[in-house]
Write a protein that binds this ligand. Structure first.
Ligand code: NDP
Ligand SMILES: O=C1OC[C@@H](O)[C@H](O)[C@H]1O
Length: 361
């Protein structure tokens, strides 16, 4: 890598699971197509002790040139003049306020998915970012995987499967919610618990990118129908049907916290000339693509994609390039795409569905 690549000095907000995954990844020395440098400049937590432990566990072992500033609050991260971009890794229901606070301090922001609890909150955050002129993006890391880019190219540029007809995608996790403390973000509706916002968002992401062929303002709005299964006010399964009026393309995007098929194919996209199957540990992290031509006996084309760690560095690299270019939104994950997703999920949650007997957990 040449020396004129961009460098981002990150301020990490919250020290939970996702923050550790993000930090571990962006501190790796190398990854395929690495195009930026990343420094953990500051870490903020509800507790200074948690913050120190996080730094000891995930930053110190990498022997960084810069030692991060450690704070027992999030506000100190927002106020740190050496931080270029704040990464927000709190539960969903805090995203709106965390984003607004970071923006108020003039900070660029990468905020975990789902961006907010609903589209109204997302609008509020984007309006604040627009007024302040700062960059902000929902951290839908899957959109930045080389395998995702390859699927988009095969479908929409190379037209490998011909006329796109339909797709399905599933994300299943087997979570024993009953055994979790009431304060868990998988259990507490106030923290945004539910399969749709947590993992259904990935299935829907595949639906949008494979069926629409464009993102943001350039993408057509799908018609949406859906149902959910709820227990204790938390959706444990969600099924969403997308239909694109101008082409008749259809997608079925499902998610559940009740069943996990394991690391198998999670998506199939069918067309007039064949179909594509996408594989990965989950629908969040695609690692292999197969193209099956329609002709009987024809051999499939197979593409495999390497990644050290988990794959969070590609979204981080994209942010680095956006900041260097002075952009306020990313072209692969523009604000309109987040709003479209939030509006679709608002509709699904409003429609709801069947209730489990309350004694399910
Ligand atoms: N992109 C991806 O693959 C993934 C994304 N996510 C997203 O990241 C977000 C956080 O998820 P995850 O890391 O699993 O969550 P965790 O519960 O592991 O961590 C959340 C952290 O947020 C802070 N926090 C502040 N207030 C609260 C509160 N009332 N209850 C709990 N935590 C609080 C805490 O950090 P502290 O005490 O240090 O302030 C806590 O450690 C979610 O929005 C989720 O959707 C999650 C997993 C994977
Ligand atoms: O985004 C996510 O991907 C991985 C899952 O384990 C997690 O629940 C979810 O938040």
């Amino acid at each position: 890598m040449t020396t004129d690549v961009p460098t981002v000095r990150w301020g990490i907000v919250a020290t939970g699971m996702i923050s550790s995954w993000f930090v571990e990844d962006i501190l790796l020395p190398e990854w395929p197509h690495k195009s930026a440098n990343h420094i953990i400049q500051a870490i903020g937590s509800s507790s200074l002790d948690k913050c120190k432990k996080f730094a000891n566990d995930f930053v110190t072992p990498t022997k960084p040139k810069v030692q991060p500033s450690l704070y027992g609050s999030y506000q100190e991260v927002y106020d740190d003049k050496d931080v270029d971009c704040v990464y927000i890794g709190t539960p969903h229901s805090f995203h709106k306020q965390n984003c607004l606070d970071a923006i108020k301090a003039g900070k660029n922001v990468l905020c975990e998915k789902p961006f907010t609890m609903n589209a109204d909150e997302a609008e509020e955050v984007f309006a604040a970012a627009k007024e302040k002129g700062v960059f902000i993006m929902e951290a839908v890391w899957t959109r930045f995987f080389p395998a995702m880019q390859a699927v988009q190219k095969l479908l929409h540029e190379d037209q490998k499967i011909g006329r796109i007809i339909r797709m399905y995608c599933d994300f299943g996790l087997d979570i024993d919610i009953a055994s979790l403390p009431d304060s868990s973000r998988y259990k507490d509706p106030a923290l945004g618990a539910g399969s749709l916002l947590d993992i259904g968002i990935y299935s829907l992401t595949w639906g949008l990118v494979t069926l629409a062929g464009a993102v943001g303002d350039k993408a057509e709005e799908p018609e949406v129908s859906s149902t959910q299964t709820l227990s204790h006010g938390v959706d444990t399964s969600s099924s969403v049907i997308l239909k694109y009026p101008s082409t008749g393309r259809q997608g079925i995007c499902t998610s559940t916290t009740d069943f996990n098929r394991g690391g198998v194919s999670f998506a199939r996209i069918e067309g007039s000339k064949g179909h594509i199957v996408v594989h990965g540990g989950t629908a969040a992290s695609p690692s292999k693509i197969e193209f099956f031509p329609k002709e009987e006996g024809a051999k499939p084309d197979v593409w495999e994609f390497e990644k050290p760690g988990r794959g969070f560095y590609w979204e981080a690299d994209a942010v680095a390039h956006d900041l260097k270019a002075g952009k306020v939104e990313d072209e692969r994950m523009p604000w309109k795409e987040t709003l479209r997703m939030m509006e679709i999920m608002d509709g699904v949650r409003k429609r709801g569905g069947a209730k489990f007997p309350v004694d399910k957990w």
